[in-house]
Unconditional design. Structure first.
Length: 166
């Protein structure tokens, strides 16, 4: 009988549930959010017109929900790109017995509107590691969960990221 060595190390298993990096915080300005909305072609007046936003029941202009992913991304120079075009994370590394990791998708839940001027804090945790058998051999499905809270402690959004490691 051949002994099989799992692709998931004990060190990696111990990280499940743990934060992978320090929390990131940023105060979102109307100008930044509006530039993002304009570049995306989303000209919703609630992003640009404070009077329209107040008439709709908000204190001030709204922030496009997907802007959260960009608002909290630290600046990194191009020479820090990996060969696959992504940046290597600064946080804790999940060491697996694999040769490569690929992006496998992301799911978002937007729970509370974000307003211009809100300070948002994100925290990313390793949610799960699952070893699977694929047609070209074993792989690990890695799931992270990033939560976004505002200055009032409200959970405004949640993103679940999937990576495929083989």
């Amino acid at each position: 009988m051949v002994e099989y060595e799992s692709l998931i190390t004990d060190e990696a298993r111990a990280l499940v549930g743990e934060a992978l990096s320090e929390p990131l915080s940023a105060t979102i300005t109307a100008k930044e959010a509006q530039r993002f909305a304009y570049a995306a072609g989303d000209l919703n007046p609630l992003y640009f017109d404070a009077d329209a936003a107040r008439a709709a029941g908000y204190e001030t202009t709204l922030v496009p929900p997907t802007f959260l992913a960009w608002a909290l991304a630290p600046f990194r120079p191009v020479d820090q790109l990996r060969g696959d075009g992504l940046y290597r994370g600064d946080g804790r590394r999940v060491n697996l017995r694999v040769k490569r990791v690929m992006f496998g998708g992301e799911e978002w839940d937007f729970l509370v509107p974000v307003l211009a001027g809100d300070t948002i804090t994100s925290t990313t945790r390793l949610k799960d590691l699952e070893e699977k058998a694929g047609s070209s051999g074993p792989f690990v499905l890695q799931t992270t969960e990033t939560t976004f809270t505002n200055q009032r402690g409200e959970l405004v959004a949640r993103a679940r990221g999937k990576s495929i490691a083989r």
